[in-house]
Design a protein around this ligand. Structure first.
Ligand code: URA
Length: 208
């Protein structure tokens, strides 16, 4: 099973607070953003850099700056929106591509009802954000859509992953790295991650 679990103490502490049954909408939203920021830091660890010379206060100085491909952040509606600002804090100039998926009741497969991608996906690294990687169907479908539109480098940032979802995405898209705060036990019969967080979308938006 290929998934990068970020064991940083801040990540694990914030995740523990998100797991509390009586966490308020406000707290859940803030923690989601904070966690997304820390996970994005980890997910961007291998961005390519180059050495350049700039004019510093005491003369020319060699520095390193990010080079090469630009990023697009890809929130999956609706819960992915809760992570968006946290990621943008780190990469404020990233362009945003949005995907909405709904389950087809006959085929039980996720089908896109909304997609708006930025241009030249072939020149960008896509960072997909979705708090919960459950069955993996939505994430795999989003990766399919990005690849069909030319994207060649994709990572997924999730807060909690289930083994079932990681397995599916690993099988269908072995080139895609998944960065998570936790790999939990399993999915229950309703498709919720156990122990998980409950319905992350409802908790971020305050709906039930
Ligand atoms: N989506 C959620 O919000 N929570 C789960 O546990 C699974 C899918």
């Amino acid at each position: 099973m290929k998934v990068t679990v970020v064991n940083h103490p801040l990540v694990q502490h914030k995740l523990s607070l998100l797991r509390e049954a009586d966490v308020s909408t406000n707290k859940f939203r803030i923690l989601t953003e904070e966690l997304a920021r820390l996970l994005a830091y980890e997910a961007t660890r291998d961005l390519e850099t180059e050495e350049i010379t700039i004019e510093g206060w005491c003369g020319p100085v060699k520095v390193r700056q990010i080079k090469g491909k630009k990023l697009t952040v890809v929130p999956i509606l609706r819960a992915g929106l809760g992570m968006l600002n946290g990621v943008l804090d780190l990469v404020p100039s990233a362009k945003i591509s949005v995907v909405g998926l709904a389950r087809n009741h006959e085929t039980l497969q996720p089908e896109p009802y909304f997609e708006k991608f930025v241009g030249r996906l072939d020149e960008r690294i896509a960072l997909i954000i979705d708090p919960m990687l459950a069955t993996g169907g939505s994430l795999a479908a989003t990766i399919d859509m990005l690849k069909r539109n030319g994207c060649k480098q994709i990572k997924a940032i999730v807060m909690v992953a289930a083994p079932e979802g990681v397995k599916l995405v690993n099988e269908q898209h072995p080139d895609v790295e998944i960065v998570a705060a936790a790999l939990d036990s399993h999915l229950n019969e309703l498709g919720y991650i156990i122990p998980g967080l409950g319905d992350a979308g409802d908790k971020i938006f305050g709906t039930k």
